[in-house]
Design a binder for this molecule. Sequence first.
Ligand code: FES
Length: 128
Amino acid sequence: MMTDDIPYTTVARAGDIPVGEGRCFEVGGRLVAVFFDGSGYAAIDDLCPHMGAALSSGPLRDGMVTCPWHAWRFRLSDGAWCDDPRLKAEVFAVRVVDGTIEVAVPSRAPACGGPSSGPSVSPAPPRP
Ligand code: FES
């Protein structure tokens, strides 16, 4: 996972997330689920790609989180849906520095019609 250009953001203190659980944090306008398996942390997009449930409220077992709404399971290592790995939730780099948990979350690409898409339009010149 490339994080060279992505700054890390502190989200919690090590120990704030119980073993086998996740917590949701807002980072750069995005919701990120951070899980602790007892030995390390993992971060995944909190919005389930199925219908948007909060993955952070699902249980973590054997490296997979189960969505609380329809029980789809996602691997925290790469975000893949266990039933069809072609579908993935985005995962993020996590590190612990001086007792704090930090995640590297890229900003989302602008949606269609966003400020950087399509031709630029200049305002009409003033009428004489
Ligand atoms: S919303 Fe997650 S499985 Fe349906």
